[in-house]
Ligand binder design. Structure first.
Ligand code: ATR
Length: 275
């Protein structure tokens, strides 16, 4: 069968194999989709072997390898270049690798289509300015948010991201220390890695307006802290990144197989499993 994989470290609990097999069943496609644990030191060589020797057609890439995946590719989409990271690698003819970043598009699709949020004209707060934040910032802006405020613990990274977007009338930064004094937002996206690292964020309740939607790019345990804060702050909606995970998988699947899978049933079954 066709060979696919997800690379991460750790990777044992990845949902990607299950998601891709569910998509493949929708079309009667036979594929092998493995979870490959590679340390940062071994990543480049493991990817090389997968694509050059093991017949790999495509791979998803997750923490902590998204920057390394971007660096290893021969060609890069605009979305990957803007983020400086890749979540999808695809083998091209002549052994070259192309890097994509579908995380931003996946987030916007999950927010607007699955959760029915209208982003246009709304004020959004992006927490974080690392790889995950860079992958979604342009997409939020392009989806029409009125104002995008980027706040990062280290202000320089937030300023660099806002400068790179280059829309000073609609995209600005504030200091993390000022979070209690910057009013409320319609949409708050947690793109920090605090949850993944087992650290809690101390955020003021004043950030969440009564109609606010709060979204954590992580899912499962890593999102619990932020979503608990959102509920305690009185936010109207609180979502984890499970829908984004399924959507970015669908983008990869379409790149590799030329067919767009239905994400609703796959999302529902994972959601019910309580991930
Ligand atoms: P990822 O690929 O998950 O984005 P990253 O590029 O290392 O990982 O970025 C991690 C992000 O989470 C950064 O914005 C980081 O803030 P700093 O730039 O100040 O390091 C943020 N972050 C991590 N732990 C945090 C914490 N405990 N509180 C606030 N922000 C945190």
């Amino acid at each position: 069968p066709l060979q696919f994989a997800v690379f991460g470290h750790p990777i044992a609990h990845s949902l990607s194999p299950q998601i891709h097999q569910a998509f493949a069943r929708q079309f009667g496609i036979a594929l092998e989709y493995r979870a490959i644990d590679a340390t940062p030191e071994a990543f480049a060589e493991t990817v090389q072997r997968f694509f050059q020797e093991e017949g790999g057609r495509g791979a998803n890439v997750t923490l902590p390898h998204k920057s390394a995946a971007f660096a290893q590719a021969d060609e890069r989409t605009q979305a990957a270049t803007r983020a400086g990271t890749a979540n999808v690698l695809t083998s091209l003819a002549n052994g070259r690798l192309s890097a994509h970043n579908t995380d931003g598009a996946a987030l916007v699709r999950d927010l607007t289509e699955r959760h029915d949020l209208d982003l246009r004209g709304h004020d959004a707060l992006l927490l974080g300015a690392g790889g995950a934040a860079r992958a979604v910032a342009w997409s939020l802006f392009e989806a029409g948010v009125q104002n995008l405020t980027i706040v990062n613990r280290s202000p320089a990274a937030a300023d660099a991201l806002a400068d790179a977007i280059g829309e000073p009338a609609r995209v600005h930064t504030r200091y993390w220390e000022d979070l209690a004094n910057i009013g409320s937002f319609d949409l708050i996206v947690n793109a920090t890695s605090a949850g993944t690292l087992g650290k809690s964020l101390t955020l003021p309740f004043s950030l969440a307006g009564s109609r606010a939607a709060c979204y954590d790019l992580g899912y499962g345990k890593s999102a619990f802290g932020f979503l608990a804060w959102a509920h305690a702050a009185g936010a109207r909606y609180a979502y984890d990144g499970l829908g984004m995970l399924v959507e970015q998988a669908a983008d990869a699947f379409e790149l590799w197989h030329g067919q767009r899978p239905a994400t609703g049933p796959v999302y529902q079954s994972l959601h019910v499993q309580g991930t």
